[in-house]
Design a protein around this ligand. Structure first.
Ligand code: CA
Length: 235
């Protein structure tokens, strides 16, 4: 997708030259010749970068920049005709990202545009990288919550202290909710093929789990024994 540049400048020939050169560089371009139109287009066109001349009819570039900064962090490259205005751009901290004084070389301007867009993209990527990779994975069974992201089990909001194998067993059972699982299968999936202990291990861990998550461990309703086969998690 093409990156979008909004050019705000009231000198017709300069607008045309800028638009022509930006198009040639592969950018999509919209133009505005006064401050109000600039604000309107900034909101509707949603440019990736704005080239904003300081001297404009109506709202001037300072005002446009100040208003835009309250709404967006889009990179703004300011154009100014007079060197003394540079002090204003810098001193007033209107929020422009860069500026150029007229007359400028088109080549230099294109380089600045490219650099600003690149910087903006890197910032976005950095922010994206800091966001959590996935939405929280939660399994909820009444008052019991299995929080896979935090490897945590909570009951009525309180953390249930589980040993690693108890957690893995509960997770495995909960993922196959409603399905009867044999001791052998549970052993194989939770403890692995090379586990030395027998299927009694499963029974022992189920008993421990029941103590922690069943309303009444003597009459389990969450991890149910299926006679002659194994266990079933009912939620
Ligand atoms: Ca102007």
């Amino acid at each position: 997708m093409k990156q979008k540049v909004l050019v705000v400048e009231d000198e017709q020939t300069l607008v045309e030259t800028l638009a022509y050169n930006l198009n040639r560089q592969g950018y999509d371009v919209e133009t505005a010749q006064d401050g109000l139109k600039a604000l309107e287009l900034a909101r509707s066109y949603r440019p990736d970068l704005i080239i904003l001349d300081l001297m404009l009819p109506g709202l001037d570039g300072f005002e446009v920049c100040r208003i835009l900064r309250q709404e967006t962090s889009v990179p703004i490259l300011m154009l100014t005709a007079r060197a003394e205005e540079v002090d204003k751009i810098v001193g007033l901290e209107v929020g422009a990202d860069d500026y150029m004084t007229k007359p400028f070389s088109m080549r230099e301007l294109m380089a600045r545009v490219k650099a600003l867009l690149r910087r903006e993209r890197l910032i976005r990527e950095e922010i994206a990288a800091q966001e959590p990779a996935a939405a929280p994975k939660l399994m909820v069974f009444g008052d019991l919550v299995i929080d896979e992201n935090r490897r945590e089990v909570r009951r009525n909001g309180q953390i249930v202290p589980l040993k690693p194998k108890e957690y893995e067993l509960l997770l495995f059972l909960a993922r196959q909710k409603g399905i009867v699982l044999s001791r052998t299968l549970i052993l194989e999936r939770v403890w692995g093929w090379d586990f030395e202990g027998g299927s009694r291990t499963v029974d022992v861990h189920v008993r421990w789990l029941r103590e922690k998550i069943e309303p009444n461990p003597a009459e389990p309703v969450r991890i149910v024994t299926v006679r002659g086969v194994g266990y079933r998690f009912d939620g």
